[in-house]
Design a protein around this ligand. Structure first.
Ligand SMILES: [Zn+2]
Length: 96
């Protein structure tokens, strides 16, 4: 099941990145990545779609297939934006 992210905004100059569960390789999200560094967190508004329903802004992201914890939601004070801080080693990324 793929859910469109209702909070998604188009980000100019971004790359499309596929984020997968590091344990079972299930596709977790399509993400608009800015810059070439590693993915450490996903800003909610940059997630295009996800296999997790983000409409209720879940506090924790679990893999829908194997139930491993992949990320925790935080609110960044400076920009008042919400992001999912990824759990180290729990995910893989691939530029599309
Ligand atoms: Zn998994």
């Amino acid at each position: 099941m793929i859910y469109k992210n209702p909070y998604c905004r188009k980000i100019k100059g971004s790359y499309t990145m596929l984020v997968r569960c590091g344990y079972c390789k299930t596709d977790i999200a399509l993400y608009q990545k800015v810059g070439k560094g590693r993915l450490l967190r996903m800003y909610v508004e940059r997630i295009i779609q996800s296999s997790v329903d983000l409409s209720g802004k879940p506090g924790t992201l679990f893999c829908p297939n194997c139930n491993q914890q992949l990320a925790t939601r935080v609110t960044l004070k400076r920009k008042d934006t919400e992001a999912y801080v990824m759990v180290r080693g729990a995910y893989n990324t691939k530029l599309l």
